[in-house]
Design a protein around this ligand. Structure first.
Ligand code: Z5A
Length: 208
């Protein structure tokens, strides 16, 4: 059976990397074959693109930035995610297409629909079975950051407000495959809520 594909999304500091790791450990502990990847990255090419995207020395036009994220994603989908799903593994992806929709589509104002359209080609139509969207207001996310801010983290609060709003709208519009979880409470509480959603899709998959 094809594996389950779960994407973890949210503004910076929402806790998605921590929660993705906790889900990965829980699944592995249960003997369920799982793979965790991150975006941008997850392939040698994608990791090189990541360095360009996050470096302050890169002066990128918004569309150039978008297409770099999409190039890394196209490689990751075809080289890593699709083959793992074919092998029946559960794939946990720390950020996916909705990050581009929120950050470049809304944050950089390229248009959420434009970005989703480009994304359909980049992903080859590969879509998560579940999008976990962790929601935190920018001030909480900012407090959880490290001291060093990369090129994207250094953007102004208005950018991150647009990002958060876009995630909320995406989760509402795609309620069949998205679950919005408040990322503000302590991490264990957030994980418990997310795990309930993951268990739910796992159960539905087993029944199908
Ligand atoms: N980006 C984009 O613009 N377009 C795209 O298409 C894609 C990405 C794919 C990737 O950088 C940047 O690229 C990112 C989006 C953009 N930029 N921004 N800004 P990254 O991978 O380095 O960073 P990130 O994805 O934003 O992750 P993050 O900063 O590490 O945040 P996080 O994953 O949401 O949080 P975390 O790493 O799990 O936690 C951060 C800290 O908070 C850590 O010390 C935790 O212990 C703590 N934490 C987490 N949750 C809690 C709770 N609930 N309570 C207390 N403390 C917590």
């Amino acid at each position: 059976m094809r594996g389950l594909f779960i994407a973890f999304e949210g503004p910076d500091g929402s806790g998605k990397s921590s929660v993705a790791e906790m889900c990965f450990r829980r699944l592995s502990g249960m003997g369920i074959p799982a793979l965790k990847v991150r975006e941008p990255g997850g392939t040698p090419f994608g990791e090189r693109v990541r360095e360009i995207l996050l470096s302050h020395s890169s002066e990128l036009e918004p569309w150039a930035e978008l297409f770099l994220f999409m190039a890394a994603r196209a490689q990751l989908c075809r080289k890593v995610i699709a083959p793992a799903l074919e092998r029946g593994e559960t794939v946990l992806c720390d950020r996916f297409l909705w990050s581009s929709a929120a950050y470049q589509g809304a944050g950089l104002e390229l248009g959420v629909e434009n970005v989703l359209e480009v994304g359909r080609h980049a992903t080859g139509g590969l879509e998560p079975d579940l999008y976990v969207v962790l929601d935190v207001p920018p001030d909480i996310g900012f407090r959880r950051r490290s001291e060093y801010l990369d090129r994207i983290e250094a953007r102004d609060v208005g950018f991150f407000e647009r990002v958060r709003e876009a995630y909320r709208t995406l989760a509402e519009t795609h309620a069949d495959r998205a679950r919005r979880v408040d990322g503000s409470p302590p991490l264990d509480e957030v994980f418990a809520k997310v795990w309930r959603e993951v268990e739910d899709v796992l159960r539905r998959r087993q029944r199908a």
